[in-house]
Design a protein around this ligand. Sequence first.
Ligand SMILES: [Zn+2]
Length: 271
Amino acid sequence: MKMEILEKNDNILRIVIREADVPLMNALRRIALAEVPTMAIDEVVMIENSSILQDEIIAHRLGLTPLKTDLDTYNLPEVCECKSEFGCPQCRVTLTLDAEAKEGTRTVYSGEIVSENPEIIPVSDKIPIVKLAKNQKLKLEAYARLGKGKTHAKWQPVSMCAYKYFPQITVPTEKCADCDKCVDICPKKVFVMKDEKVDVRDLLACNLCMDCVEACPKKPAPLKVEWEKNAFIMNIESTGALHPERILQEATKALGKQLIELEELLKAEAQ
Ligand SMILES: [Zn+2]
């Protein structure tokens, strides 16, 4: 298997993976969505809420606020040694929010949440939680825990995780003097006209929609759009909870663990 990085920053990872197949790519995608743990608010104790939003809606909004996650320090509650329903400092983070509109209507943002661990805070301090009118108050204590996307989407580390086949485009060898339909119709602007010839401007943007081939007035179209059977472009966009490389690493680890479990079950069955 070969890997090439196309784009990498704090939230986005775009890679080409060669010598792989669809089952593997799909397994990684699904595990990244459902099995890689992240931190999210799981329980809210409302102390005072005189805003117009009900406690449940505020709790839901807090739950969906992505938190920066530290997988090396914290345990999943179900495997933590404390075995406590309430949790311990190894499996729970306490956050508090105490907001009041003293001078007039104002919005309470995620940046006002105070965490006992300064590493476990909302990924952005600009997420609106509630709007308070003058003299309204919101005071609460919240508990964040590690969890998995298969239990609730708030624990999903990715806002997007997808792959597509690596495109292979063959442009016509002859000149297309009075037609540029394929250039115009492409929603991804893959083609460009160069000296009356169709040329590929951005191969990796192609999503194999085939609009260009259908738009070509010549039948069969001299323009060919195909894909490589064993090469894929994978896009991972993190919510900000974990680095995208870490998400992929954890996904491969989880897949390995599941395969070992299966192997052990098969061995036990054979005995
Ligand atoms: Zn614990």
